[in-house]
Design a protein around this ligand. Structure first.
Ligand code: ZN
Length: 338
């Protein structure tokens, strides 16, 4: 099969397209011939050694395609089934897995980070890591929603978002933020966004957001000026450049949920602000198997649209990565494998 291989850690330009042996599914595993895959910041982090993968490595967390081989003991899936890959991989048999907390599994893995992923013609995953492709989704949408919609869904659940809450999404261009916007609307929140780019704010409002502010201004102040109050929930994945305004925008009792820091990891936090205002800072990453089933149902029912920014050919990975690295995208960047 053809695969984009990392032989060394040198950033996004280190991916090399090569012909390698197709992987064979072991007991309980299936092999998927991918029709589409989608990029995540994770792929860039892996190429930069954050964290350093075992080399050689194949990145890529998201994908959809057709099962073309099954390992011993697999009965839930058959060759020819059209499926979406769940990139949140756990053992399925430890105490944490058995109670559904698959993220707390001792051997938890992210596809494309801790094991070979979807930037290849074929990928092998445990059989429980594929779900039937929702029939209303085209291949681009099916291959794109997994990681970001699952991640955003868990973030909003952990932040206890409820009907009528004001939700502020900081840095709306990225996939998780886009997904949080769509899921937040579906959950009945009033949704505001921020971006460095006025055009992205326009797109977000066109896509259903109730309003938006520039990331460079004090957007907490701007939100209060526009609505008379702050945010009940803030979704953060920028970090350093926006942190102060993000915390400042919270109402009393507000929750800030973070899944990353594309703008740098080490932020300052004023403790009096946290305890006087009864704030909660919540960390969240990825999603468990039940949450993946929930988002699959939500996007598969047509109630929550999947936003695709652009589609590239499989051999155009460098251009696709460049688009993501420049922050030009609004929604998911998809690779078409066939
Ligand atoms: Zn486990």
């Amino acid at each position: 099969m053809k695969a984009w291989i990392l032989h060394d850690i040198g950033g996004p330009s280190s991916f090399v397209l090569e012909d390698i042996d197709s992987p064979t599914p072991g007991p309980g595993e299936v092999r998927v011939r991918l029709t589409t895959s989608a990029l995540n910041h994770l792929d860039i982090w892996s190429s930069m050694g954050m964290p350093k993968p075992a080399l050689p490595h194949v990145a890529g967390a998201d994908g959809a395609g057709t099962v073309d081989a099954i390992g011993d003991g697999v009965t839930s899936v058959a060759v020819g089934d059209e499926v979406v890959v769940n990139p949140s991989v756990s053992c399925g048999s430890c105490e944490a897995c058995l109670r559904g907390d698959t993220l707390f599994c001792e051997t938890y893995q992210i596809l494309g980070e801790h094991r070979w992923g979807t930037l290849a013609e074929q990928v092998v995953v445990p059989a429980r890591n594929v779900v039937p492709k929702p029939s209303i989704l085209n291949w681009e949408h099916a291959g794109a929603y997994g990681l970001v919609y699952g991640t955003a869904y868990r973030m909003l659940r952990r932040a206890r978002l409820k009907v009528g809450d004001t939700l502020l999404i900081v840095g709306v261009g990225g996939g998780v933020s886009n997904a949080a916007m769509m899921l937040g609307k579906e959950m009945g929140a009033v949704v505001y966004v921020t971006s460095r780019d006025p055009k992205k704010i326009e797109k977000a409002v066109f896509g259903g957001a109730d309003g938006g502010f520039l990331s460079s201004e004090d957007f907490g102040k701007a939100l209060k000026a526009a609505t008379g109050h702050g945010a009940d929930v803030v979704v953060e994945n920028v970090g350093v450049p926006t942190w102060k305004a993000s915390v400042g925008s919270l109402n009393k009792g507000g929750r800030l949920v973070t899944c990353g820091g594309t703008g740098g990891p080490n932020v300052e936090l004023s403790l009096p602000r946290v305890f006087f205002k009864h704030l909660e800072i919540i960390g969240s990453t990825m999603f468990d198997i039940g949450e993946f089933a929930d988002v699959t149902q939500l996007v598969g029912s047509g109630r929550v649209p999947v936003i695709v920014d652009s589609t590239f050919g499989f051999d155009e990975l460098p251009a696709a990565l460049e688009r993501m690295q420049n922050g030009d995208q609004f929604g998911k960047i998809v690779l078409r494998h066939e």
